[in-house]
Write a protein that binds this ligand. Structure first.
Ligand code: SF4
Length: 318
C-alpha cells in the first residue's frame, strides 16, 4: 500500500543513514500535574501508570534497561543504531544532577545515536538543555539530544477542560528554546479530545507547520479505567467521535501538515485489560490501513493543502 505521508522511519533513515530504533527507558519520576506542583489530579485522560505498559521496571538503572532492550530489539529487528527514549511520565521533571546522570549513562551504551525526552513543555528550560548538551559533549560521542513535547491540542479551552496545566504558550516556549540549540523537536497530539472539532485539528497542523517541528505523533483518545475520564465514561458523560470522523480528522491533519514534518504514528496503542475504550475496539494497524486506503482512494496526501504560509495572498502577483 502506498504511504501518502512522511513516515518517521524514513526520517530516521535519512538522519542516521541506517535503520534506527527507539529503546524505551522508564525513569523513577512523576509529573508536576500529579504531585501537587500544578495539581494532583493529572490530565483527565492519564491513567495512574501513565504510559508504562511496555516498559522495564524503573528500579533498573538506565544503563541496565538500555542494554536489555538493545539486546532484545537489536536481535529481533537486526538493528545496530538506537535512540535512548525516556518515555514515561514527565522525564525532565527531575533535579538537574539526576537527569545529567541518566543522560551520561545513556551515552555510555554503545550504539546510542540520540537521547530523546518525552516531556511536558513546561518542564524544560534553557539551563536544563544547555547542561544536558554539555553532558553529551563531554561524552565525546556524536549523540543528538531531542525532545518530544506533549501538546495534545492547540486549543487552550480544551487544554484547560482536560486539566492539562499548560496551554499553547508553554509549548511555543519549549520548542523555541530547544530550537535555539538547534535540537530536534516533536509534538504529541490527541486528535479527538472532547471539546475539539475539525478546525482545532486543522489549526494544530498549521501551527506545528509554521513552527517547523521535526515530527508529530498522533493518538486517538483512549479511556483508562483508573482515570478521571474513566469515571466520566462509566457515567456516560463523555462524547467520543466515531471512527469515521477520526479517520477524517487524520486526513485533514495530514493534508494541512508541512511535507517536512515526519509522522510517527496515526494512532496510539493501550493495554486492553485496564482500558474502557481504545481504538473503537479494533487493532491500531487495522485503522492505520483504513486511513491509508481512504487517502489513496481520494488522491489525498500529506501537505496537499499546505499552501498557507510565506505570504499566501502575495501568490497572485507571481
Ligand atoms: S502530563 Fe503526562 S504524565 Fe502528567 S498527568 Fe498529564 S498525561 Fe499524565
Amino acid at each position: 500500500m502506498e504511504q501518502p505521508y512522511y513516515k518517521y522511519s524514513h526520517f530516521l533513515r535519512e538522519k542516521y543513514g541506517e535503520k534506527t530504533y527507539k529503546l524505551p527507558v522508564n525513569l523513577p519520576t512523576t509529573c508536576p500535574n500529579r504531585d501537587g506542583n500544578l495539581d494532583s489530579a493529572g490530565c483527565y485522560f492519564c491513567g495512574e501508570n501513565a504510559a508504562d505498559f511496555e516498559m522495564l521496571p524503573d528500579t533498573m538503572s538506565v544503563k541496565e534497561q538500555l542494554l536489555e532492550n538493545k539486546k532484545y530489539i537489536g536481535e529481533r529487528y537486526g538493528v545496530n543504531n538506537f535512540i535512548a527514549y525516556f518515555q514515561n511520565f514527565t522525564n525532565t521533571y527531575l533535579p538537574l544532577n539526576k537527569l545529567k546522570n541518566y543522560v551520561q549513562q545513556a551515552a555510555e551504551v554503545d550504539g546510542i545515536a540520540a537521547v530523546y525526552f518525552s516531556t511536558r513543555p513546561d518542564s524544560i528550560s534553557d539551563k536544563y538543555i544547555s547542561s544536558l548538551e554539555k553532558v553529551i559533549e563531554q561524552s565525546g560521542k556524536n549523540i543528538n539530544l531531542a525532545f518530544e513535547f506533549g501538546l495534545q491540542t492547540v486549543n487552550y479551552h480544551t487544554l484547560t477542560s482536560v486539566n492539562r496545566g499548560h496551554t499553547l504558550a508553554e509549548f511555543l516556549d519549549a520548542h523555541l528554546t530547544a530550537k535555539k540549540y538547534n535540537l530536534e523537536t516533536g509534538a504529541h497530539l490527541i486528535l479527538n479530545l472532547p471539546g475539539d472539532n475539525m478546525l482545532d485539528v486543522r489549526e494544530s497542523a498549521r501551527i506545528l507547520s509554521a513552527l517547523k517541528v521535526d515530527h508529530v505523533k498522533l493518538h486517538a483518545l483512549y479511556i483508562r479505567e483508573k482515570s478521571i475520564f474513566g469515571e466520566k465514561y462509566k457515567k456516560g458523560e463523555i462524547d467520543l467521535i466515531s471512527l469515521e470522523e477520526y479517520i477524517e480528522r487524520v486526513i485533514v491533519f495530514l493534508e494541512n501538515l508541512s511535507p517536512d514534518i515526519a509522522v510517527q504514528r496515526l494512532l496510539g496503542r493501550a493495554p486492553g485489560n485496564e482500558t474502557l475504550f481504545v481504538n473503537w475496539g479494533r487493532e491500531w494497524w487495522e485503522i492505520h490501513d483504513m486511513i491509508i486506503k481512504e487517502m489513496n482512494k481520494r488522491g489525498s496526501y500529506q501537505a496537499k493543502r499546505f499552501d498557507y504560509l510565506d505570504g499566501k495572498t502575495l501568490k497572485k502577483f507571481r
